[in-house]
Unconditional design. Structure first.
Length: 139
C-alpha cells in the first residue's frame, strides 16, 4: 500500500513538473512571437507540440503565422488550412496570401473575398491580389 501511495505521489509530482515546464515554454513562445522573433517562437512551439502539450487555437494560429513569416509557405498553408473555421480578420487575409503563394489561385480568390470586408484598410490591396490570382489562373 505504501509503495502504491509513493508511486502515485511521484506520478503527480512529474505531471505537475511537466505542466509547469510547458506553461513556461508557452509563455516564452508567446513573448518571442509578440516581439516578432518568429524563428525562436516556432522553436518553443515545436518543442511543446513534440511533447504533446495542448495548444489553444490562438497559439496554433501563431504557429501558422510563424511559418508564413519565415517563408515556409507549405507549412503555413497546411497549418492555416487546419484552422480555417477559426480564422477571421487579418488571420484570414494571411491565410489567403499563403494560399495564393502556394499556387491555389481559386481558393485564394475565395479567401480574399471573405477577408476583404474584415480588413477595410487592405481592400485596395486585396482587390489587386484577386486580380493577380484571376490572371494567374487564366480567368
Amino acid at each position: 500500500m505504501k509503495l502504491a501511495l509513493n508511486s502515485f505521489l511521484v506520478f503527480i509530482f512529474l505531471v505537475i513538473s511537466v505542466t509547469a515546464e510547458g506553461q513556461g515554454s508557452l509563455r516564452r513562445a508567446q513573448s518571442q512571437y509578440e516581439r516578432g522573433e518568429y524563428y525562436e517562437a516556432l522553436q518553443y512551439y515545436q518543442s511543446l507540440m513534440e511533447n504533446d502539450f495542448p495548444l489553444e487555437v490562438e497559439d496554433r494560429i501563431r504557429v501558422a503565422h510563424c511559418y508564413y513569416e519565415l517563408n515556409n509557405i507549405d507549412e503555413a498553408f497546411s497549418a492555416f488550412m487546419e484552422l480555417e473555421d477559426h480564422l477571421s480578420g487579418y488571420d484570414l487575409y494571411i491565410y489567403a496570401s499563403a494560399t495564393h503563394r502556394f499556387g491555389f489561385y481559386e481558393g485564394a480568390i475565395d479567401l480574399y473575398q471573405r477577408a476583404r470586408p474584415q480588413n477595410p484598410g487592405l481592400q485596395a490591396q486585396i482587390d489587386e491580389l484577386i486580380r493577380s490570382c484571376e490572371w494567374a489562373s487564366g480567368e
